[in-house]
Design a protein around this ligand. Sequence first.
Ligand code: SF4
Length: 497
Amino acid sequence: MTILLSTLNARYAHASLGLRYLLANMGDLQPVTSLQEFVIGARTTDLVEKLLAHKPRIIGFGVYIWNVEETTKLVALLKRVAPEVVIILGGPEVSYEHGEQDIVRQADYLVTGWGDITFPRLCREVLRGPKPLMKVHAGEQPPLSDIALPYALYTDEDIAHRTLYVEASRGCPFKCEFCLSSLDKTAWAFDLQQFLAELEKLHARGARLFKFVDRTFNLNVKTSLAIMQFFLDKLDAHPEDPVYAHFEVVPDHLPDALKEGIMRFPPGTLQFEIGIQSFNPEVQALVSRRQNNDKAADNIRWLCAHSQAHLHVDLIAGLPGEDLESFARGFDRLLALKPHEIQFGILKRLRGTPIIRHTQDFGMVYDPHPPYTILANDRIDFATMQRLVRFARYWDLVANSGRFAHTLEMVLGASPFANFMALSDWLYENTDATHRIALDRLAGLVTKWLVLQGWPEPEVRTAMGGDYAGKVQAAPAGEGKKAVPQRQARHMDSLAG
Ligand code: SF4
């Protein structure tokens, strides 16, 4: 094979949409190009061996925050073992501030930004000459109608076993400074009918789990409605074999027409990822995030009460201007709205994002290694930030896992953030670990904690029995919920009582 397109995915279940876009747009080079995906954590020498077995002349790597360290090692080994193989890099992690990156120094070429047009052109020049003089090639951004859609390249195995990423639009019109999409300044839509025709083909081939990577699905209501209608039609026609769709939405924009559509989705077919990030207006202004907090809260409340959608809401700790008390207030406010999951993220300083402008004024100290997590700022010292990191991890294990629905209520009480932080501190003191805690051990620890807080032991054991014994063995999803991921199915089960 002349050209290999490769990347290290975070998990096997994540099929790389970026690589498939490149392959779809290779033109006359497509027959001599193939994909070779890996999963992080493999031995670098094994990967080198597998790549070179194809005898490639060019390898293009998709570089992301989760794989940059391993890909750097991979490129270094490749350059030692097979220096004649031309290495071309692309992806968000190498699209900005690339002058200081080791991986870029070792590679032959770099395509920044969009690669759909520029990567195949560069490959042609490398293979047929004249040899490109420049190392860094700014990715050309063509009209979306000039880009071939990649969905036919999902294999039957992808469809059967992996999450299928799809996009109806690229870019974002908002400017939240911690986010790479803020650099887009606008959003561009793919041709809707063509996109829906691709979804139709995927569905006909058996695809049921669709994850939209659009940054703001609900921006254009007409388009959102057409896409939702596509899924509703499938649900009507095949209620015994339902689809599951995941969308990222902005929380303060939910017109009635959208609400009507959302209400028609049955349980286990729709998930929204909603970014709140912070409820503090001063923090929002500092990071240029435009959000009507009251409207956002009303909409989340409405979705919980009137829709069957699974709600996954994001908050970020460590933003400039936000101290622990402000974050705790935001957390408690969000929790009171009762979303199914709160994704508690810690701020990361992504390459290229404008949040860097606050570094000095707010004493922002970031880990220099990926994923560039904040370590401290002028309001949250390092030790406290570490407590927040552990809170996030334990929150995932105890709350987001859906394993402790009843006992969680007892833990949270009237001051959820403070009470969960106390549990988090105690768990860490007693385990010295945030990973690899077996579920039965965690259940034992939560039980002990509640008893220490004064809860009668029989009451705790009854609640834990309902949570743990009842749900641990629960089937991932019953009839009519086949496509639902397990965690979401547990949330739905616990809500059903
Ligand atoms: S955080 Fe969301 S709304 Fe803000 S710029 Fe990024 S994608 Fe857009």
